[in-house]
Every structure is written in structure tokens, then in C-alpha cells.
Design a protein around this ligand. Sequence first.
Ligand code: PEP
Ligand code: MN
Length: 372
Amino acid sequence: MLLRLHSSVTAAELDAVRALAGELGYRAQPVAERSDLWVLECSDALPNGRLHAPGHPARFLDLSAVAEVLDRGAVRERWQRTPARAQTVVEVAGVRIGGPSVVIIAGPCAVEDRERLLEVARGVRDAGVPLLRGGAYKPRTSPYSFQGLGERGLELLAEARAETGLGIVTEVLDPRDIEKVGRVADMYQVGARSMANYALLSELGRTRKPVLLKRGFAATVEELLGAAEYVLAGGNEAVVLCERGVRSFDRVTRNLLDVGAIAHLAGATHLPILADPSHAAGRADLVPSLARAGLAAGAHGLMVEVHTAPAEAHSDGRQAIDLATLRRIVQDARALAQLDGRILASLGATPDAPHSSAAPLNGRAATRPRVS
Ligand code: PEP
Ligand code: MN
């Protein structure tokens, strides 16, 4: 790792650089020809290819002497894909995301009432989809819009799981709700609006329950990965990314599904990535096409919004597909999965063994979520 120091650096600032280097197990020495360039080498304390923990560039950048970290060298962030860590598989209620199967999560935008939720849940189960989504806590643009049913919504999700056997994915908005939501959720959803809520991400890093992290609508891929790093740095390795469309100048669709980002992420990180065609399209008629595009770009699965009476939906009704369309998307996903040697995950049955062209597992056991 190379540090470029400000030319005005003082002796005291240099001492601070040396002290931090020593603390982190580096030996700091100046590059001979240029007094403003320092080389930091691994000390003997980290022999034979052992890597320093991530986060060191940021710690050096916090020092007033340091203008730039020029080369990350042996320092890696936890989200990075490496030969030794090619693909993480996150297990959610027995369903493995990131492995050889394609996983669909489907359900209403929000939990609205008991009958509607159970009706949609039964339809999702009957379509062969293993995971049910639905927000009990809704982040809305206006404080006067429907905010979700809160605790009552969580109770209804628990009832839907008990009746159908579906795993539950639901959003947590507030760090204070993590425990309460976690009693029902098999996977926490962090919405686009919360992607940069670092207090929430850090707290989720202390749990061992899977986190579905949605990309902010104006967030770069680097910012999404930085957000994931907050969860990973806390020790929670069960992170799944979700591309849900970014804001664009065109209003034909609600957002622009960034399939380039999906293709990039599938190679850049070992974390699984899902596509959310519903929030990208903002219109039900385009959801099947964008679902296919997301899978073709390399997504490990989909999250889609389904409703049995979209016109009556409390939120996101325009983009809600009906159950017949969900069944069509399931068929499409099955066909696309087969094309590249994967299969579609179904309720209670996902394969364990890596399939022919699926990315190799990372040599560790799949991340086992622990219900806290
Ligand atoms: C949702 O999944 O219903 C949602 C609010 O999505 P996003 O955070 O991507 O807007
Ligand atoms: Mn929604």
C-alpha cells in the first residue's frame, strides 16, 4: 500500500502516520526519491500472505497527513470476490440464495389486511415460490401516506408463514425494531431509502440473520458495496444485494433497471444479487420483461410485488402483478435457469450440490442464519 502525503506534512503528523502503521502491523518507510511518498509494507507480524483486516485505507485517510491511498495492496474489503471466496450462499428459511438455484421472493408491497395477505400468500405458494415478501413498516415519501400496519403486520406475516410454510422477507426501518422484526422475519429487508442508514446497517451486522440490501435509487455500485461492508464488518456474512432500478431522466419507467450493475456485481463480489423488476418498472406490464433481463444479466433471483386486486393496493398498485403473471414469471425463470445449468428453487426443496456452470461455492459452509 502506498500513501501519498500532503507536501505540508509536519513532523507530528508523520509521527501519527507511523504510529497508526505500527498499530495496524505495517512498517512505514519513505520511498527514497520522493519525500512525500511513503511505502507501507506488511510487518513480520503478518507472515505468508495473511491479509490485513479491511478498513485500513479509511483509517489512514482519516489522518491529516494523508492525501491519498494509492494502492490497497493486500488490504481487501469483505465484499470482494477472490479465488478463495468466489460465492457466498445465504440460507433463508431453508432456501439457498447464491447457489445453483434461482430464487424468487414474491408478495405484496405492504401487508394490508389478513384476508388479502393470506390470499396472496396462498397464491405465491401455489405458484411454487418459496419466500413471501410484504412490508409491515413502509418507508413512504409522504408522512401522510399509508405507513404499514406495524406490529399487527408482523403478526399477520407470522400467520401467513404458519399456514403456508413460506419464509418471510420484510423491511426493517429503525434500529430499535430489529429485534421485534427479527422474531418474524427470516430475512431483513433494508429498503432503497435506508441503504445509507449506517446506524441501521451496523446494528444488522450484529445479528446473524440474512439481510436483503436494496440499492439506493441514486447510489453508485461502490456506495451499495460500502453499505454491504457495514453489515459484513459487524460479522454478519449473510448479505444479499438487490438492484431495484436507479433514478433516470426518463419517466417511461419508474426507475432504470441497471442490468450492467447486476452483471458487474455478479463478478465483483461473492455476495448474491437479486433483481427487483417491480420497483424498476413501476408498471405491471413491464415486470415480466425486466425479470427476464435481470436473470439474464446474472441475478441469483428475483423479488417481485404481487397483489390480487392491484387497484385496491395501499401502495405500489401500478406495479403489482397478478397471480397469473407471477406464474408466467416462474415459468420464465425456470427456463432461464435451465439455460445456464441452474434450477428454480421451490418450497422446501433447494439443491445442495453446486451444479455444472454455477459459480463455485466459497469453500465454507453456507452461512447459517441464527434467529436472535
Ligand atoms: C419495497 O420493496 O416495497 C420498497 C419500498 O422498495 P425500495 O426500497 O426499493 O423502494
Ligand atoms: Mn413497494
